[in-house]
Design a protein around this ligand. Structure first.
Ligand code: C2E
Ligand code: SIN
Ligand code: SIN
Ligand code: SIN
Ligand code: FE
Ligand code: FE
Length: 592
């Protein structure tokens, strides 16, 4: 028979200390009971400790598993802070990110709605706001534990109200560092006194290491995908620039990419009119109304104008807090809160402004600003290109016009010297162009035909007056000299790049279909088409008018002659087109 039992009891000692005892009670032969009590408090505690440690290790392991599954910064940050509170027993956890400007921003917190972080003003640089646990942890890389917040000097006095309201007793800031770089701190608060014992500090420190690696991975991943998207967006704008010189087309592509990549609500491009000293609307995207299209901004009285005058980005974080007397209708009607104006500068000149509008307050970082400015740089290049092209086109047009006027004047002078009838060159040019069009010669070739026809006898400049203006028939030697005039034309015009495509007529207008012409004796289609057309027109006009060496022929005789020369002097197919056209033009008139 069993003569003893063992029970466990929690007792209070006289000193008020709680102890756990194991009592072994045995029944003695004489019916006495013998009770032996052991103090097992320590054994019990270390067992609990073991269980607790096991639980915590499991928690760390599980959290790490979750971290490695996600490359989403927000998800990782959520998981980090949630674990601190739900699994590791903290009251509040927040991740502070050390910004380049010295500020610490709350990247994430759990519980998400906890009011404590609302008015936090923490820095990590060596300023008064940087002397708190967060700033010190980030600067030194050493965890900062505040055993009792209420008596600690390092918390700004005004924070005490928030601490009291939240019921926090103790807090700690753990540096978040990877590869030797501290980028923030994990801040933990607890309402339990002694929460940060050596073991918990060790635990949270380990946890912060894991969290830092996971945050950094997610951040790198997000950064590189964002970069890739930015590069793709810039590439699209590049392609738009390469594919079009139309500033509006390019601007529309650029604005769409701006809005998508910068996650803003609307954007617009204005061009500086340097003569009027005004900004004129070019393109807009993302607006509810079309007010912006009607806007012309003065340089003095607009934010955009200020960006131009100061040659720097203007940022209005909150339009309602802007006291300056600037036109604000657009902001009111469209519900814009925040605004950026970036000057568009190319080769040192301000060409316009890129405006970006946000309907909600916007937190921007360096990367965002860099990208905004890169886009502005590209738009400026496009604007510069478009302007250059426009100017070039304009001066080209002017130059071409000047050239063509020169050619017409020269042609007129040639007619005079040649004792041609008034307007001979203009007439043959027009008739040649009519036939060329009738025969379907493309538009871009007509300009060269025109110039060639106007200058067809430029080579006669090389023929002495004694021959050119001789009233009678030419001697054999004179004729040999006369036949050089197309070669002179070739020599003169082939020097001039701009007139080289116009050479066919001046050089070949005396070649004949049957090969009996000069200077080279070309045959049939060896003779350029323009020259084959022109030959008919030139003979037609020469015979229809008085020459120094003979009187004009009547038109019937001229047409008769041309028909007769079909297949000999002239291309028979073109003779048909010519006769058809001339009969319509002249013979019907003659019949009147
Ligand atoms: P042009 O006076 O401009 O004549 C151009 C072409 O029209 C001539 O090229 C010729 O094919 C045709 N043509 C002109 N007049 C007559 C004509 O009375 N009868 C015929 N059947 N065809 C005529 P072509 O013959 O190669 O002459 C080239 C240029 O040589 C002429 O240009 C003219 O400047 C000059 N030329 C030709 N014959 C004489 C001439 O007898 N006396 C003088 N002074 N110059 C002549
Ligand atoms: C600090 O770390 O500077 C302040 C943290 C807090 O107010 O909780
Ligand atoms: C973050 O927590 O924002 C990412 C960490 C880093 O800046 O590398
Ligand atoms: C705008 O109207 O486009 C912005 C207003 C301003 O630049 O002042
Ligand atoms: Fe000629
Ligand atoms: Fe002629």
């Amino acid at each position: 028979m069993k003569n003893s039992i063992t029970v466990e009891r929690n007792l209070n000692t006289k000193e008020g200390k709680q102890v756990t005892v194991e009592v072994n009670i045995s029944k003695l032969d004489n019916d006495f009971l013998l009770g032996i009590a052991h103090d097992i408090t320590e054994i019990k505690e270390s067992e609990e400790q073991k269980l607790k440690r096991l639980h915590l290790l499991k928690t760390l392991y599980n959290a790490n598993q979750k971290f490695s599954e996600s490359l989403n910064l927000e998800k990782v940050a959520y998981e980090v802070t949630r674990t601190c509170v739900e699994d590791l027993g903290a009251s509040l956890a927040w991740i502070g990110h050390a910004e380049a400007n010295g500020k610490v921003t709350v990247l994430y917190q759990y519980p998400t709605e906890h009011p404590y972080t609302k008015n936090l003003n923490v820095r990590w640089d060596d300023t008064p706001e940087g002397q708190g646990p967060t700033g010190v942890a980030i600067r030194t890389g050493i965890p900062q534990v505040i055993e009792d917040i209420t008596t600690n000097q390092r918390f700004e006095p005004w924070r005490m109200k928030a601490v009291t309201e939240a019921g926090f007793i103790t807090s700690a800031a753990f540096p978040l560092a990877t590869r030797g770089r501290t980028f923030g701190a994990l801040n933990i608060y607890s309402d339990k006194k002694g929460f940060f014992d050596a073991e918990n500090v060790q635990l949270f420190q380990t946890f912060a290491h894991q969290a830092a690696a996971a945050l950094e991975n997610a951040n790198l991943y997000e950064k590189s995908t964002r970069r890739l998207q930015h590069i793709q967006a810039l590439r699209k704008v590049d392609m738009a620039i390469a594919g079009s010189i139309d500033l509006r087309v390019i601007s529309n592509v650029a604005l769409q990419e701006t809005i998508r990549e910068l996650n803003v609500d609307a954007a617009a491009i204005f061009r500086l009119n340097p003569y009027m000293q005004k900004l004129e609307f070019i393109a807009a995207y993302g607006f509810y109304t079309n007010i912006i299209e009607e806007i012309s901004l003065s340089l003095e009285k607009s934010f955009a104008g200020r960006a131009v005058l100061e040659r720097k980005t203007i940022y209005i974080p909150d339009i309602e807090r802007e006291n300056e007397d600037m036109p604000k209708d657009l902001f009111r009607v469209e519900g814009f809160k925040a605004y950026y104006a970036v000057p568009l500068i190319a080769k040192g000149h301000v060409l316009g402004v890129l405006e970006v509008f946000m309907r909600n307050p916007h937190i921007v970082n360096d990367e965002w600003r860099d990208f905004l400015e890169t886009l502005a740089g590209q738009i400026a290049i496009a604007m510069d290109n478009a302007e250059l092209f426009h100017n070039l086109q304009q001066s080209n047009l002017e130059l071409l016009k000047a050239y063509d006027e020169t050619i017409e004047a020269l042609s007129y002078a040639l007619d005079l010297r040649d004792k041609e009838t008034e307007g001979h060159s203009i007439r043959v040019t027009e008739l040649t162009l009519s036939i060329a069009k009738e025969m379907g010669i493309p538009e871009e070739k007509l300009i060269h035909i025109k110039r060639g026809a106007l200058l067809h006898d430029i080579g006669k400049l090389g023929i002495p007056d004694s021959i050119l203006l001789k009233p009678g028939k030419l001697s054999d030697e004179e004729w040999e000299i006369m036949k050089i005039h197309p070669v002179y034309a070739y020599k003169m015009l082939s020097q001039i790049e701009y007139l080289r495509p116009a050479l066919d007529i001046p050089y070949c207008h005396h070649e004949r279909w049957d090969g009996s012409g000069y200077p080279r004796g070309l045959k049939e289609k060896e003779i350029p088409l323009a020259a084959r057309i022109f030959a008919i027109v030139d003979v037609f006009d020469a015979l229809s008018n008085d020459r120094p060496y003979r009187k004009a022929w009547p038109i019937e005789k001229v047409l008769e002659y041309i028909r007769e020369q079909s297949g000999k002097h002239f291309d028979p197919q073109i003779v048909d087109v010519f006769i058809h056209l001339v009969e319509k033009k002249f013979v019907s008139r003659l019949g009147d």
